[in-house]
Design a protein around this ligand. Structure first.
Ligand code: GDP
Length: 529
């Protein structure tokens, strides 16, 4: 098979949802179709139980499971599918944002009863900003939920999407009869039995045919006809270009638990979802079918065994092929590295492989060379863009609690920050270190890992900061407005890991005041501007 064909058949995507909407269940059903697993229950849900914030076993368990399910790959109908795991728990949102830089499309799962929830909103916003193609799957149709049209409205309004349904439910909850597949023009009747043979689909090109009354009740048939009439009237026709450009989002309905509506989703997905897409680097746009290998690190996972402190760096291959034992250029360090045992991922297991293609993920054993965002090439000096840091939500000073172990502490903090566990800021005026995180849980993770992996102890001290704003330096470094800002706010200025200047604002009000007083000052809410 040519390089071109290998790349064309790849579909690398992420499933995003608010916890409990059914991401794990859907993932599992997709794997079943691929024949990648034999039974339900094989994919473990990697969400942290509510109220488990002090349970270190739970944290370790979470890390263990998430490495096992970081990438789930399987083959389906001539396609190679790579599902990238995206933690739903909000304390791990940074991790999910970074993973979204490595996907070519996403499926958004929404609970029919709960509708659009908070985490869905945040994640979809990131996808929208990056024009990532999205398919929406409305799940749990076997339960009582919201009216389909109301839900479609809600998705458009709350998520800012332009939807077009490609399937439509016949009834809902107790009354749920099945699904009309607009994409394939057929009807699938619901039996409530997840093992039911999916072959029982009834082709139905003409919805006005009197045959419809023979398979669903007169009332259901009438409702379906009028619903579909409304669908065709209100929603635009599916437009693949618009979908690929992130301008239109097809919607499917189903019940992941009952394996209902999942095959329809998957069949349409492999047909319309994009194969690996070109990616921008600081120097140029890189196309997937270029013969030379390029890729970037989007995730780093520490080894759970404290005796082997090597880590696994996850690299998304952007172009060409990645080959075992071939030297590649680490462009930030300017040195060539060889990898003797690159891992490829399959459902639930990883294996050493000789060759992987654009769109695939390889796991590289690392002893401290990689940071999130690093680029590898065959020799070209490239730097891929697009792994921004967002402002953390929590800020605390970190102090050394064991003066004899200050080296270990430094190293531990450094490596954990490279992994992207949290963000480190160093205050300009006194050099103190501040750790910023998305969720409070991270502080416990950091403290625990520093102690168990690096033999260092730390304590925290509250630092009531509202948001980190990245400050863009003006063209003229002597700009009086800028200098005045630096002087007045000196106690709130810090450097991030890239040595970029950050203003740690203590309230929304103080950001407003700064904006008013220094109208020309450029403040940004992500590190990438
Ligand atoms: P995640 O947190 O998004 O990964 O959600 P899970 O896949 O773990 O599902 C959360 C809960 O919803 C579990 O108890 C599932 O059994 C249940 N669930 C998932 N899909 C369906 C569905 O289609 N119908 C019903 N009734 N329950 C579902």
């Amino acid at each position: 098979m040519s390089l071109q064909q290998e790349i064309q058949k790849r579909r690398t995507f992420g499933i995003i949802s608010h916890p409990d909407a059914g991401k794990t269940t859907l993932t599992e059903k997709l794997l079943l179709f691929g024949g990648a697993i034999q039974e339900a229950g094989a994919v473990k849900s990697n969400k942290i139980k509510k109220g488990a914030t002090s349970d270190f076993m739970e944290i370790e368990r979470q890390r263990g499971i998430s490495v096992a399910t970081s990438v789930l790959a399987f083959n389906y109908k001539e396609h190679k599918i790579n599902i990238l795991d995206t933690p739903g728990h909000k304390d791990f949102a940074e991790d999910t944002f970074r993973t979204l830089t490595a996907v070519d499309s996403v499926i958004v799962v929404i609970d029919v009863a709960k509708g659009v929830e908070e985490q869905t909103e945040k994640l979809v916003e990131v996808c929208r900003m990056r024009n990532i193609p999205m398919i929406v799957f409305i799940n749990k149709l076997d339960r009582e939920g919201k009216d389909a049209f109301d839900l479609l409205d809600e998705v458009e309004q709350k998520l800012g999407l332009k939807v077009t349904p490609l399937s439509f439910p016949i009834g809902i909850g107790y009354d749920f009869k099945g699904i009309y597949n607009i994409w394939e023009k057929n009807i699938n009747l619901f039996s409530g039995d997840s093992r039911k043979n999916i072959e029982e689909t009834i082709a139905f090109n003409d919805i006005n045919s009197p045959e419809l009354e023979k398979i669903i009740s007169e009332r259901s048939a009438a409702n379906l006809r009028s619903d579909l009439e409304l669908v065709y009237e209100v929603y635009p026709k599916f437009d693949r270009e618009a979908y690929l450009n992130g301008e239109q989002q097809p919607v499917f309905f189903g019940s992941a638990l009952n394996n209902f509506g999942v095959r329809e989703l998957l069949d349409c997905f492999v047909e319309i979802a994009p194969s690996p897409r070109p990616k921008a680097s600081e120097e140029r746009i890189v196309n997937p079918d270029e013969p030379s290998f390029t890729g970037f690190v989007f995730k780093i996972h520490a080894n759970m065994d404290p005796n082997h402190r090597d880590r696994l760096a996850f690299v998304k291959i952007v172009s060409g092929t990645f080959e075992r034992n071939k030297p590649y250029l680490h462009t930030r360090l300017g040195k060539k590295l060889k990898f003797s045992s690159p891992n490829a991922f399959f459902a639930e297991k990883k294996e050493v492989v000789d060759i992987s293609y654009a769109g695939d993920i390889v796991g590289l054993h690392d002893t401290g060379n990689f940071k999130i965002g690093d680029t590898l090439t065959e020799g070209e000096m490239l730097h891929f863009k697009g792994i921004p840091s967002f402002s953390p939500e929590h800020f605390r000073y970190i102090n050394n609690a064991d003066p004899l172990k200050s080296k270990q502490l430094e190293k531990g903090i450094d490596q954990l920050m490279d992994e992207g566990v949290a963000q480190l800021f160093k205050l300009d005026f006194n050099g103190r270190k501040v750790i910023g995180t998305v969720g409070a849980l991270q502080y416990e993770v950091i403290q625990y890992r520093l102690e168990h992996e690096y033999g260092a102890k730390c304590s925290y001290e509250n630092f009531p900061i509202y948001k980190a704003c990245w400050v863009e330096a003006p063209e003229n470094p002597k700009d009086p407005e800028y200098l005045d800002f630096l002087r007045v706010k000196q106690k709130f200025l810090a450097r991030d890991k890239q040595n970029q200047l950050v203003f740690l604002a203590d309230s929304a009000f103080s950001i407003e005041m700064v904006k008013q007083k220094y109208p020309n000052l450029k403040l940004h809410f992500t590190s990438e501007y």
